[in-house]
Design a protein around this ligand. Structure first.
Ligand code: PHE
Ligand code: ZN
Length: 884
């Protein structure tokens, strides 16, 4: 099939073609006659010509709508007076100012794409970002059209007792025929992507928050009645978020009520609809018995993220979807610092960087690489990426590093003040920071424009006679699709110098009169190569470079394993301490991979072993950090460090190293495990979480000794624990060991938890990532299990997604079975839910980085997908970019 044929290819949207909207909507009155099978929407729009534009056809977006009628200024339009096709409604010859009434019908129960208005379990709900509103009614569905919405909902009172929309509830009433109605009004103008509606038989948990200016806000969480005991954590998190945004950014909430609804079928994590956040149930509901520490942690950060969008996203929104990172990068950066403030800042940074390196660096090095502000897209849903979110957050974080905390706050104050109620660009954001701080960030803005991960090479030289230490930094950035050459970035590089006792040394640059006051200083690299000369350096230091991961770059700094071990033991920057340990592990593991390939005998580096022993023995160190420092890099991350990834050797090397560490340090793991095993009632706080994480890490090493007694230990942990964190950790380890105990544990777990979807998803996931050889067969069997429904995105991610992304040895099986499985599922999913199908394709992002045989097999699967007729724009865009 010729993929370039124009009739096949969906349309590409270009940033360069941006034009202001021709007509504006001053007011939108929406009337919903709700019904699962057929919902009628009457939209009344007060419209006028945009003074910044010229008169012409008035164009509305639409998708999968049944158009019933159109009235202009009260007069019905004949068929000949408008044009309607599958994507738009066009009305020529409209006056400068007019009122339009559009009636459409939609079918929520047939909507498996989960965009627009859809049916999920016992409720009806909407998802409009990015372009879902056009599946509800014809509308100028773009973020720079901001409107005041008033929404009336009418429905059967028994089936739909709760009916919600954005803003404040104005009025409600009953009809005689068993139906009831409500009217919601949102005084804040907003784009259509922030519209939301929910109806259903929902339980509501309520709370209050008093804002900094003394206003009372009602907080409500709506959930299915069987989940009513799972709301506390989200409510606490919400209040923490509201308080933090007032204290740190001076941002106050602006409506009388803030609502969160939990939905079982949801494509993403959550959505920041004005005053009515809609959450994937898995990202909001938790009890200690059903959710792990990681879940609690994630929920806290997602609740914060969506709440923070009220200012960074809703009050100030995006001009067009190329500016997506304006709200997402900034908001992720905000939720990351919130989490750092409320928990362990060091652990937060390590997790954020780990995620960035394993996901975003791979995206930046692959066929979908795109700038933080992209220049083109076919399907905008494909651009809700780790680049837009996580790299975008790093870019904002670098700005903060460059202007300092106070300067950043001055900048964001100006940004919110200047652009409140507007739809703006990333340039506007940077401009506000520049204006507030009188600095020039024009070179810095290349971070928004150029894709690819820059490489930062470090060379050092010490002159003992002159007592000078020079640090030479060099940058380069690989080519990415559509961007052959790159201009130099402005890279903030945080450095410290350590003496042989591990103390920070004073830092004085050659041109300076006095030493720098502080242990870490930020150097600005703006040229291809720059040398920084430090004077009065009394002994040769070890430089600790890129402290706190001050820029999203790949560091090329050839430290010896001994120097890495030194930093791992002594660096005062906890991120770099952890990172030195990771680099040491990578060096050691890649050496083992090499030995496997050469069929040499294998041995584990005694240096690494003694370092790990020291960490494990360190009574001062935060147990959470110990757990992080003892965690080996993932197989996927190791694969990304090799020119040609050798899946099997990596797996073997990692398993070997893990067993060696386990066997050598068994008494220590034992002792730590026992000392952390004092029964204590579950609490979600940094200290207890840290203890549980180290305890579970010890157990995973103990299990790796292959001593059958350790399986008993897992079983015992599962039996006595009061929380999911420890229960699941035990199960996960049991699932890697064949035998009747494994089967029994899985069966018992399912019987205990089959009524709880979130727990069942964990049950699916642990089986999907099992190391046992028959895992793919098991995954296929599970797809037929009552617990699995392919229409539910959480099920798909838990089973298919986990297998394809986090089980590299089995997904990359030499016979291609994993790839064929994925292709088959994607084709099935594309008919149901294109967004989820396209996301699953991400498992093949790095396909060119494997051996030729595997590349051929992956290519065949991609081609099979590409050859399919009527592919969604979502899958089409990704598959063609992968094959290009
Ligand atoms: N805007 C949401 C967030 O990050 C993500 C999202 C995008 C949800 C598209 C649904 C659909 O907060
Ligand atoms: Zn967001």
């Amino acid at each position: 099939m010729d993929l370039s044929s124009t009739e096949q290819s969906p349309k590409m949207t270009l940033l360069a073609n941006y034009q202001v909207p021709r007509y504006l909507v001053d007011e939108a009155l929406l009337h919903f006659d709700l019904d699962k099978a057929k919902t009628r929407v009457i939209s009344t729009l007060k419209m006028r010509l945009n003074p910044a534009s010229e008169a012409g056809d008035c164009v509305f977006d639409g998708d999968s709508l049944d158009l019933i009628s159109v009235k202009l200024n009260g007069k019905s339009l004949a068929d000949s007076e408008y044009k309607v096709d599958s994507k738009s409604l066009i009305i020529p010859n409209v006056p400068e100012q007019f009122e339009l009434e559009i009636i459409t019908e939609i079918h929520p129960d047939q909507n498996t794409a989960l965009e627009g208005l859809y049916h999920s379990g016992r409720l009806l709900c909407t998802q409009c970002e990015a372009e879902g509103f056009r599946r509800i009614t014809y509308y100028p569905d773009r973020p720079d059209v901001m409107t005041v919405f008033t929404v009336t909902i009418v429905a059967d009172a028994k089936q739909w007792p709760v009916m919600l929309s954005n803003g404040n509830l104005e009025e409600q009433g009953q009809f005689n025929d068993g139906r009831h109605w409500v009217r919601w009004h949102d005084p804040h103008p907003k784009p259509s992507y922030l519209f939301a509606l929910v109806a259903g038989d929902l339980y509501c948990q309520q709370d209050h928050f008093t804002t900094m200016s003394g206003r009372e806000v009602t907080l409500r969480i709506y959930v299915d009645p069987e989940n009513k005991h799972k709301c506390d954590h989200a409510l606490v998190s919400l209040k923490q978020s509201m308080k933090w945004d007032e204290e740190v950014y001076g941002r106050e909430y602006d409506l009388d009520v803030f609502m969160i609804v939990a939905v079982n079928d949801f494509n993403m994590g959550a959505m920041e609809n004005k005053g009515l956040n809609i959450f994937n149930a898995a990202c909001v509901l938790a009890t200690p018995e059903t959710a792990t520490d990681d879940d609690f942690y994630t929920i806290q950060s997602i609740v914060a993220h969506e709440y923070f969008h009220n200012w960074s996203g809703n009050r100030v929104t995006c001009r067009d979807w190329f500016q997506l990172s304006l709200k997402e990068g900034f908001t992720v950066m905000r939720d990351q610092s919130f989490s750092a403030d409320l928990n362990s800042a060091a652990v937060q940074r390590i997790d954020d960087v780990n995620g960035l390196r394993s996901m975003q660096f791979a995206e930046d090095a692959g066929p979908m690489a795109h700038p933080v502000r992209p220049n083109s897209y076919i399907e905008i849903s494909n651009f809700y990426t780790v680049t837009i979110y996580e790299k975008g957050a790093e870019v904002v974080r670098m700005i903060k590093t460059l202007v300092g905390d106070k300067g950043f706050r001055k900048g964001t104050d100006l940004y919110f003040d200047r652009h409140d109620g507007q739809a703006v660009t990333t340039d506007d954001f940077v401009k506000a920071i520049e204006d507030a701080n009188s600095i020039d960030l024009s070179q810095f803005k290349r971070w928004y424009e150029q894709a690819g991960t820059p490489e930062l090479t470090v060379n050092t030289q010490y002159d003992p006679v002159q007592q000078r230490f020079s640090l030479t930094l060099r940058q380069s950035c690989p080519a990415t699709p559509g961007q052959e050459t790159k201009l130099d970035f402005h890279i903030p590089v945080a450095v410290g110098l350590l003496d042989s006792d591990g103390n920070n040394m004073p830092m004085q640059l050659a041109q300076e009169k006095t030493a720098y006051d502080g242990d870490t200083r930020v150097l600005s690299l703006t040229e291809t190569e720059q040398t920084f000369e430090f004077i009065h350096v009394s002994e040769e230091p070890v430089a600790s470079v890129l402290r706190g991961f001050s820029a999203p770059v790949k560091l090329k700094y050839d430290l010896t394993n001994t120097q890495l071990a030194f930093l791992m033991a002594h660096d005062t920057d906890s991120f770099n301490r952890w990172d030195a340990g990771q680099q040491l592990m990578i060096n050691v593991l890649l050496q083992i991979v090499d030995d496997i390939q050469k069929q040499n005998t294998l041995a584990l580096s005694p240096l690494l072993l003694s370092q790990l022993e020291a960490v494990l023995n360190d009574e001062q160190l935060d147990p959470a950090l110990i757990a992080k420092m003892l965690t080996l890099p993932t197989e996927n991350y190791l694969a990304a460090q090799m020119p040609v990834a050798d899946v099997d050797a990596i797996h073997q090397a990692r398993e070997f190293a893990k067993r060696q560490i386990a066997v050598s340090l068994k008494p220590l793991f034992n002792a730590r495990y026992e000392s952390l095993s004092k029964q204590k009632k579950y609490q979600f706080n940094a200290e207890d979480m840290a203890a549980r994480s180290l305890k579970n890490l010890c157990l995973s090493y103990l299990a790796a000794t292959a001593d059958p007694l350790q399986m008993q230990r897992c079983l015992r942990q599962m039996k006595v624990t009061d929380n999911m964190t420890e229960l699941l950790a035990g199960l996960r380890l049991m699932v890697d060991q064949a035998g009747s105990e494994r089967e029994h544990a899985l069966r018992a777990f399912y019987e205990q938890w089959k009524h709880d979807r979130q727990v069942v998803d964990k049950w699916l996931s642990v089986q999907a990532v099992s190391k046992l050889p028959d895992t793919l067969l098991r995954v296929k069997a599970l797809m037929k299990h009552e617990a699995f429904n392919i229409k539910n995105p959480n099920n798909v991610r838990a089973l298919i997604g986990q297998f394809c992304r986090n089980n590299p040895v089995h997904f990359h099986a030499k016979d291609g079975s994993g790839y064929r499985f994925l292709a088959e599922q994607i084709l099935k999913l594309d008919k149901l839910n294109p967004q989820v199908a396209a996301r699953m394709l991400g498992a093949l992002n790095s396909w060119r980085r494997y051996d030729i045989e595997r590349q051929e097999l992956m290519k065949a699967s991609l081609e099979e997908i590409a050859a399919q007729k009527d592919l969604s724009a979502d899958v089409y865009e990704i598959v063609t970019k992968y094959l290009a």
